[in-house]
Each structure stands twice: as structure tokens, then as C-alpha cells.
Ligand binder design. Structure first.
Ligand code: JCQ
Length: 230
């Protein structure tokens, strides 16, 4: 899979792409990341990328020309603009993106991006959550990692991808490992009992209790809960 990232800050990605699961996936040739430096397409002697908004108001807007120049050669890839104004990314969204041969992530900055970029140069917008970052770079990195681990061969044991929280529709139960007691803090007795059926029953009860308490929206089961309209 090839992932192109359109960004004003290609240096942002150097060290995170070199380590962990993503680093290994890239070394193995399973994932290729291509950093597209927006500045190369900036206008004029100052390589300008942004301008003040029509209609007035604070802040700056990313101009269409540099983004069009960066995105024209990426036609035919699945292009995503990362913005807090987009529909939420869920595990289902990452499942869908992991199936494409070529994914493009566009990192927005400033107050926003000229609407015509969204209208004519990307297939969809997407948000990582209801918060505002300085730019889409950290969001793009999160998407690269979330998608890379779904590419066949990247994660050693595919069962770990199958069993994880957002596929069962429940949050994960608490986990424990040695020592069985630390500073007087023990672990739930059932986990030491050797009774596998009881352990599984306990895990399911904990997943349901946690989900009810922390993420009741996941249990409502209605539209937009873990869904992905794309
Ligand atoms: C992404 N959740 C938050 C900030 C404008 C395209 O316009 C903008 C992009 C950003 C950066 O992305 C985020 C974000 N998912 O803040 C403002």
C-alpha cells in the first residue's frame, strides 16, 4: 500500500515513521509513505500557501493553487482531507481505507482550507475527534499507524486485530500480569483460578460494565455508532 501525505511540514514525520509497527511495515515494503512538501507548490518568491478569508474575519485560509498542484498528480488515489469539520473516523473507516492501493492524506492548517479543495480535489473529509490541532499532521500520523497495522502481514498475529475492542463493539476488559501482588495491590482472584470458562465470563462482564459506564453510546447501537457512512 502507498500512502501519500500532503503537508507543509514533511520533517514532522521522519522519526515516527521509522519506529514500531509502521517502521517495520515500511522496511518490509508492505507500506510505502510518500511525503509531498506543499511549500514546493507555494506562490511567488515567498512560496505563499495561505491568504486572508474572503468576507473578512480572523486567521488565514490555505489557498487552492498549491493544494491543486500537489493533488493533481495524486488523482486516482483515495484522497482524504483531515479536519475537525469532517465526519468522525472509526475502526470501520480505517478498515475501508486499508483496502485501497493508494491513500492520500491532506494535512490542513490555519483556520481551514479553501472549500473548493474539499469540493474538487478530495474524495472525503475526516476528523479524528472533537478537538482542534494546530494542523492535520498528528492526525495523519495516527491514520497511517491505524491503517498500516491492518495491511496483511504487518501485524504478526492477525487474531490480535480480530479480537480488539472496536470489533467486538465493547471496550476492553482490564488486563494484569506478574507480579500477582505489588505494594499490596492484588489482581482479581478469578484470573489466577485456572478456570478458563470463568475467566472468559468475567472478561465479558467487565467489558460490558466498562462500556456501560464509559461509552454508553457504543451500546445504544443506533445509527452513527461505530458506523462509517463512507
Ligand atoms: C483533525 N481532528 C482534529 C485544524 C483546520 C482543514 O482544516 C483544518 C485542519 C486542522 C487540523 O486537523 C485537526 C483535526 N481531526 O485539528 C484546523
Amino acid at each position: 500500500m502507498r500512502i501519500s501525505i500532503v503537508t507543509m511540514f514533511p520533517e514532522f514525520f521522519a522519526s515516527p515513521l521509522g519506529v514500531g509497527i509502521v517502521g517495520r511495515a515500511m522496511e518490509a515494503g508492505l507500506v510505502e509513505v510518500d511525503l509531498v512538501d506543499l511549500r514546493r507548490h507555494g506562490l511567488g518568491r515567498h512560496r505563499q500557501l495561505d491568504d486572508s478569508p474572503f468576507g473578512g474575519g480572523p486567521g488565514m485560509v490555505m489557498m487552492i493553487e498549491p493544494l491543486a498542484a500537489a493533488l493533481d498528480p495524486l488523482q486516482g488515489t483515495h484522497r482524504v482531507l483531515l479536519t475537525p469539520a469532517g465526519p468522525p473516523v472509526t475502526q470501520a473507516t480505517l478498515d475501508r481505507w486499508a483496502l485501497v492501493d493508494a491513500l492520500t492524506l491532506v494535512c490542513g492548517r490555519y483556520e481551514g482550507v479553501d472549500q473548493r479543495v474539499s469540493d474538487h480535489f478530495v474524495e472525503e473529509e475526516a476528523s479524528l475527534g472533537d478537538f482542534v490541532l494546530a494542523g492535520g499532521e498528528a492526525a495523519a500520523l495516527a491514520v497511517v499507524e491505524g491503517v498500516a497495522r491492518l495491511v496483511p502481514g504487518v501485524v504478526g498475529n492477525p487474531d490480535s486485530v480480530e479480537s480488539e475492542s472496536f470489533r467486538t463493539g465493547l471496550l476492553e476488559e482490564p488486563h494484569y500480569t506478574r507480579p500477582a501482588e505489588f505494594r499490596g495491590w492484588g489482581v482479581p482472584e478469578v484470573l489466577l483460578s485456572g478456570d478458563h470458562a470463568k475467566v472468559e465470563e468475567w472478561r465479558l462482564r467487565m467489558r460490558m460494565a466498562r462500556t456501560r459506564e464509559r461509552r454508553p453510546d457504543l451500546l445504544d447501537g443506533g445509527f452513527a455508532q461505530g458506523g462509517d457512512p463512507g
